[in-house]
Ligand binder design. Sequence first.
Ligand code: ADP
Ligand code: MG
Length: 247
Amino acid sequence: MTIAPPVPDPGQPILQAVGVTRAYGRGAAAFQALRGVDLDIRKGESVAIVGKSGSGKSTLMHLLALLDRPTSGSVLVEGSDAADLRTRDLNRLRNATFGFVFQQFFLTAGQTVFDNVSLPLMIAGVPARERRRRTMAALDALGIADKASNRAVDLSGGQKQRVVIARALVGEPAVIFADEPTGNLDSSTGSQVEDILFGLQRDRGITLVVVTHDRELAARCGRSVTIVDGVVADASPLSVASGEVAR
Ligand code: ADP
Ligand code: MG
């Protein structure tokens, strides 16, 4: 047994997975996508979730983001078990605490940039005036305030991703979850999008949880968590497990 070097306590966990499993399907046909994951994510840190395709990264992220419930085990948000919440309260907590940069969370193509970004505030019931102020502030932060009236469909890939980040940011979330945030972008646009995400982490103390195949993006995160066949293979700070690295 090796003795771990002392690690300064970077703060309380905002998210915890405790013995989390997730099976898809039932009985003999069930597939165990996660087989017992323990993970703490602390306030303000950036964590890359890496691993081969099909290893369970997106499943884990959906569970941490309260978009799905575990088959067994618990997901805790600031120490409270999400399983104790009714669906309505869970939805409210998710909307208030998390922002999402997911490829499957498409923009509404025919709607304006403004309407796409203000959606989380609409859901939260924020009054129109305040909604306008906060939406324009988010667009400003992403350098796309001049695109507020454009339809989402008319933007470039990089501009669309900025809109997605503005929407993730507008509710002033504690955590932003990003699943392959630069996957569809050319490398220069991708690194601009990365700069924006890490800037939010640094300047606003937002916790970043990023699923990625991109080694450089993973290396910019405070630490990497490698998933192999539904378990955490290595979650040591500032390292990626040898042999099982992101492609
Ligand atoms: P990753 O994001 O690492 O590529 P996923 O978490 O998406 O992996 O998937 C993990 C495993 O679970 C894969 O084998 C995938 O085929 C399976 N899986 C994911 N979602 C479902 C589903 N809804 N029904 C059945 N199997 C699924
Ligand atoms: Mg995935």
